[in-house]
Design a protein around this ligand. Structure first.
Ligand SMILES: [Cu+2]
Length: 173
């Protein structure tokens, strides 16, 4: 019985070894400053890789960008992905992804332009497999955003109050 189990485990190991004979890969995501269309973007926006692969982001212009996973945008078993700011043309940053699942990320300076990307490692995450941030992590994320956005932008006003003050974006002319 034990021999049979050992044999089975060995077969599984051998099988997993043959599924990726070529070894880990490095994938390039271009960090695009699309001035003509008033947007900044990651190209490709979505990339599918295998565990152990590396993604290298390459800044195509002398523009400030970073790569930051959303607070609830990565697998529970993984760590958040936070790059330093890239400012120079052709500047690169690499990250090795070991944990399977979906990683949703954005560039903080260009969040208002919808500068967002996704890395799928092995397979997409199911609902319930995403990280649930705690208060400390939310404060850290908020602090990163506050480097770029005004304090007023973070003050939530109930719908009725906004209309009463005439500050609603939907009613203001
Ligand atoms: Cu950006």
């Amino acid at each position: 019985m034990i021999k049979a189990l050992v044999g089975c485990a060995a077969a599984l190991l051998a099988f997993s070894g043959t599924t990726r004979a070529e070894g880990p890969k490095t994938h390039i995501v271009e960090v695009v400053s699309d001035y003509d269309n008033l947007r900044m973007a990651f190209r490709p926006k979505r990339i599918v890789i295998q565990p152990g692969d590396t993604v290298t982001w390459v800044n195509l212009e002398a523009e400030e960008h970073n790569v930051v996973s959303y607070p609830d945008g990565y697998p529970k078993a993984a760590k958040s992905v936070i790059s330093p700011y890239m400012n120079k043309k052709a500047e690169k940053w690499s990250y090795k992804f070991n944990v399977k699942g979906t990683y949703e990320y954005h560039c903080i300076p260009h969040l208002p332009m919808g500068m967002h990307g996704r890395v799928v490692v092995g397979r997409p995450s199911e609902t319930g497999e995403f990280h649930e941030p705690n208060a400390t992590q939310m404060k850290n994320y908020s602090a990163m955003l506050r480097e770029y956005f005004d304090e007023e932008d973070f003050k939530y006003k109930p719908r009725g109050q906004r209309q009463a003050n005439g500050t609603s974006a939907h009613t203001a002319k």
